[in-house]
Design a protein around this ligand. Structure first.
Ligand code: ADP
Ligand code: MG
Length: 565
């Protein structure tokens, strides 16, 4: 079966396209959302999802989340006896989602369409595909997240049609896309975004304001305290999305601290972030050559778009209220399922056609003559302009600086600055030119081809000899080589994963350990309950375990709602 996967910074979802449309599949705990968190237990077994998220508090050194932000880099995370690259952590999430989908449907997952932020760069996209490979599935197709959301939205309104702006604020990224739906053709006109702006930044701003007001510094707190505080701040942010005021009480560095904040205070703290949301919105409108009156709907998706300040910003900028028919958590996952259905050519999707754009400008570094034979290097020469419809292939002709030059080094960049130093280096290649030839007779053609998945191919041709060179972007330090991938697949296969049928028990223990960390007053009760539950687990009697789990759950719920005492 081909599945659709939303591999989010905070949450991930899996599903497929069924007879009634997109169908998201619940995990072992019965939830459609699996937290994108990984932890390892004291036997170095892997834990994924809700239990791993709980363990961020109780076992901060052995747990990790929000690693999607590091995709495309070679950053290594040490967890217990393991060391993982970001694409390996993503692969562990994928493996867990796949196991859930296979258990629920009884079918084997062979392939997935995975959604990625429109603003993901070439190396981040490659890392996502490699994560799929590491998890043992084929990933031929990537779909941009806002495009997926628009697909989910557009198909609900099949007869309608019109122009939509999708505003997607997730945990770590912000994406904007402008799309038009017309007689089953879904055309993306423009994408823009910020890869380093999401709900987590609003939490961090809130956390810093709290620390500031209490004269505390994050470094002075123990790792456990920091994790507890982060969790409570996250709760505060969610409360602020529901009411006009929220409060927090927490013991820190041996002292009880209380904080109360209202919506206006939150808006003030977050103003710099809200201002940063504007730029991609304005840019997408400019690139799509639209004014606000020409938009039919504004669709908010992504968990962080629940913050009222998002709707307020959109209303102010576009002079109308945004729509929210879609579940902001599920829209992208549902869209990925539709894309999976399109890939299998599901009959009900046969007449749906989707065109997307390339979100970044792609080009090469050149030297520019400034007179008297003097050259200034580092000038960006675009080959594919941002928001060109994909697939797209363009060629530009360049000349060597010197007569008789034997070789040209080509550096490939993505970005919007006229100086390459401000753009992102994607890779480089060298090509030999025929010797003893005047520059003017020695042109060089550079062809960029950008496919529907957002992957770039670069080819350089020395026109005089017809010699060609392809860019091998695998050389990029952020991208694993074929041999490295093979070695890591073998390594990942040896790693033990916590059994799927134990997920509920595992989550219960992780939750109790997190509460133990958070609530000093409840420690005795939690210690006793944990000991007892562990003993019951040893009995391996499913009925007895289920019964105790339910009592245990009630105790935890009581402690959680009582909160600080
Ligand atoms: P991603 O796609 O990056 O995994 P999600 O779309 O799941 O992200 O959104 C996660 C973000 O949404 C987190 O930063 C979370 O704090 C935020 N979020 C979720 N629900 C709410 C809420 N009710 N109020 C404020 N923020 C929320
Ligand atoms: Mg998302």
């Amino acid at each position: 079966m081909i599945v659709g996967i939303d591999l989010g910074t905070t949450h991930s979802l899996i599903g497929r396209y069924g007879p009634d449309g997109p169908q998201l599949i619940p995990n072992a705990l019965g939830s459609l959302l699996t937290p994108s968190a990984v932890s390892v237990d004291d036997q170095d077994r892997i834990i994924v999802g809700s239990a791993a998220r709980e363990r961020l508090v109780s076992h901060p050194q052995r747990s990790v989340a929000a690693f999607k932000r590091w995709m495309g880099s070679d950053r290594v995370t040490a967890l217990g006896g393991h060391r993982f690259r970001p694409e390996e952590l993503s692969a562990l999430i994928l493996k867990s989602l796949i196991a859930d989908a296979e258990a629920a449907t009884g079918e084997k997952v062979v392939e997935a369409v995975i959604s990625v932020p429109a603003y993901f760069s070439d190396s981040q996209r490659k890392a996502t595909r490699i994560a799929g490979e590491l998890a043992g599935i084929k990933v031929e197709r990537l779909i941009n997240e806002p495009t997926a959301a628009a697909l989910a939205y557009g198909l609900q309104q099949r007869d309608g049609g019109g122009r939509y702006l999708v505003f997607d604020l997730g945990g770590g990224t912000f994406d904007v896309s402008i799309l038009e739906l017309f007689e089953g053709i879904m055309e993306v006109h423009a994408s823009a975004g910020d890869n380093f702006l999401g709900g987590e930044d609003f939490s961090r701003a809130l956390l810093e304001a709290f620390l500031d007001e209490h004269g505390l510094s994050a470094d002075a707190l123990a790792a456990g305290e920091r994790a507890v505080l982060q969790r409570r701040i996250e709760g505060l942010k969610h409360d602020l999305a529901l009411g006009t005021e929220a409060a927090l009480e927490i013991p820190l560095a041996g002292q009880a601290r209380a904080w109360r904040i209202d919506e206006a205070g939150f808006a003030r703290i977050c103003d710099p972030l809200v201002q940063r949301l504007r730029a991609p919105l304005e840019r997408a409108m400019r690139d799509a050559k639209l004014n606000p009156g020409q938009l039919d709907e504004i669709v908010l998706v992504g968990g962080a778009s629940r913050m009222p300040l998002c709707a307020r910003l959109v209303s102010r900028m576009f002079g109308r209220l945004p729509l929210r028919h879609l579940n902001p958590d599920e829209a992208i996952g549902a869209g990925a399922c539709i894309a999976a259905g399109m890939k299998t050519r599901h009959e009900s999707l046969e007449e749906v056609i989707l065109t997307d754009v390339c979100p970044h400008t792609l080009g090469v570094s050149t030297a520019q003559e400034v007179g008297n034979g003097r050259f200034v290097s580092g000038t960006f020469s675009p080959i594919i302009q941002r928001n060109s419809t994909v697939p797209v292939s363009r060629v530009e002709r360049y000349y060597p600086i010197h007569d008789g030059q034997k070789v040209v080094h080509i550096e490939v960049y993505q970005g919007e600055s006229p100086r390459v130093q401000n753009n992102v280096l994607l890779g480089n290649l060298s090509i030999e030119l025929p010797p003893n030839t005047a520059s003017a007779d020695n042109p060089l053609d550079i062809r960029f081809t950008y496919d529907v998945n957002g992957l770039l191919q670069v080819e350089a041709t020395a026109v005089a000899t017809g010699r060609k060179r392809d860019l091998v972007l695998e050389k990029n330090p952020g991208v694993l080589s074929v041999e490295e991938i093979r070695a890591r697949i073998a390594l990942l296969e040896q790693i033990k994963i916590h059994p799927r049928d134990q997920q509920e028990n595992l989550l219960m223990i992780a939750r109790a350990e997190r509460l133990y960390e958070e609530h000093l007053w409840a420690r005795n009760a939690l210690q006793d309950a944990l000991l007892q539950f562990r003993q019951i687990l040893e009995s391996q009697d499913p009925r007895l375990i289920a019964e105790h789990r339910s009592h245990f759950g009630e105790l935890l719920a009581r402690i959680e709602t009582q909160g600080y005492a």
